[in-house]
Design a protein. Structure first.
Length: 408
């Protein structure tokens, strides 16, 4: 990839925008199944190890599970307050101060959401309308494009360039414009595994200030970083009054099915998000909220251990991918790793993803599905693998992948 990559403004019709990214169109132009559904079905039918979808295959800490059971037994089974149970809001505030020196008010600057996805949806629906532009990096997490479309806004992208997936700063600057209303930043970044350094975050803040844009930052992988520290955008000077920070329990604690997320930020911005949220789910997961409050107060050793364990899993899978003859792009965060198939003479990762379960018994996701058409062309030979699985599963997956070049 070169530094000449340009930003892209998506001008397709709203229904078409909702169908891009990880959604595939059927030949007649109607919505088909997502690539995630397709790969999961292929993995099931072939007995392949599913490294496509990013969910752990084992539960999180026993003390958090026990806290949920106790909350259910104690009768915490009705609607939670619209902004979340106070124990969790206070725990989120303590977490932000403990790790980042941020001090949100749990009464007015913290709300609890049904996962990070609802937080993103409520935030975009609160702040954008038809005619506005929302800027993301590309590749982008698949729900971003769909929610931007639902809000009637235009999705503008700035490319992340392999192999380290840092932004082209000139393209990023030119992607901003008079209609830029929200910058939606995912850091650590899915699907690339990039963790953006302070200078990149400072540039985003500077450009957002210049264009009076809100920064919406999705930081769900904040504790899953390797040899680099996560820097919240809200901690950058100039960002605090225009930044909404989103995180969740699913990635940190491996309870993805509980769907507990949170929003922190200036009271006036958080109030706007809450106004929309009350007409989405209003509230959810009352006993799970209390349990996650316990999790957020776990000692530092817990957070150190989850990162070191994931790093070890990353390295197991990376070795298998390298043995397969692929070029590995080592992630600094998340639990995803990308590999380039072009050294094997394969330029179409979508085609290879569909063949991979039968070839070697492993399923992956092609990175082009996280892009608009121009971005898909830049990433057409890349595959994304999830390594949030048990170590024996990854050892077996690595062994299977190592046979790939002999099976093509």
């Amino acid at each position: 990839m070169t530094s000449q990559a340009a930003p892209r403004r998506d001008t397709t019709a709203p229904w078409q925008r909702a169908a891009t990214g990880a959604n595939l169109l059927s030949p007649d132009g109607s919505l088909g199944v997502t690539i995630f559904e397709e790969m999961t079905a292929l993995a099931a039918s072939t007995g392949a190890i599913n490294l496509g979808q990013g969910f752990p295959d084992e539960d999180g800490p026993a003390e958090i599970r026990a806290a949920a059971q106790e909350a259910i037994a104690a009768g915490a089974n009705q609607y939670a307050p619209g902004k979340g149970v106070i124990e969790l809001r206070q725990a989120v505030a303590r977490h932000q101060e403990r790790f980042y020196g941020l001090t949100p008010d749990p009464e007015s600057e913290v709300i609890i959401t049904t996962g990070a996805t609802e937080a993103i949806a409520a935030s975009l629906l609160a702040f954008v309308q038809p005619g506005d532009e929302v800027l993301t990096f590309e590749p982008f997490y698949d729900s971003y494009g769909a929610i931007i479309s639902m809000a009637g806004a235009t999705h503008v992208t700035a490319p992340l360039l392999a192999p380290d997936f840092m932004p082209d700063m000139a393209a990023l600057e030119s992607a901003f414009g008079p209609r830029t209303r929200v910058v939606l930043l995912n850091n650590p970044h899915n699907p690339t595994g990039a963790v953006f350094p302070r200078e990149v975050l400072e540039s985003v803040v500077r450009l957002a200030e210049r264009h009076d844009a809100i920064i919406l930052t999705d930081e769900v992988y904040e504790h899953l970083t390797f040899d680099v520290r996560h820097i919240p955008v809200a901690s950058i000077p100039g960002a605090e009054h225009r930044t909404i920070t989103i995180s969740s329990a699913g990635k940190t604690f491996s309870f993805t099915g509980w769907k507990v997320g949170w929003v922190t930020g200036p009271s006036q911005l958080v109030a706007a998000v809450r106004t929309v949220k009350q007409f989405l789910t209003y509230s959810s997961g009352t006993p799970f909220q209390s349990a996650i409050a316990v999790g957020l107060d776990l000692p530092d050793t817990f957070y150190d251990d989850i990162a070191s364990t994931l790093k070890r899993k990353r390295d197991i899978l990376a070795a298998g991918l390298e043995a397969a003859g692929l070029t590995v792009m080592m992630p600094r965060g998340t639990y995803f790793i990308n590999a380039d198939t072009s050294p094997l003479g394969i330029k179409d990762s979508v085609d290879l993803a569909r063949r991979l379960p039968q070839l070697v018994g492993v399923a992956a996701i092609p990175v082009p599905v996280f892009c608009h058409p121009e971005g898909a062309e830049r990433t057409k030979s890349l595959l994304r693998f999830a390594f949030c699985k048990k170590e024996p599963v990854l050892v077996e997956a690595a062994a299977r992948l190592a046979t790939l070049k002999d099976r093509l």
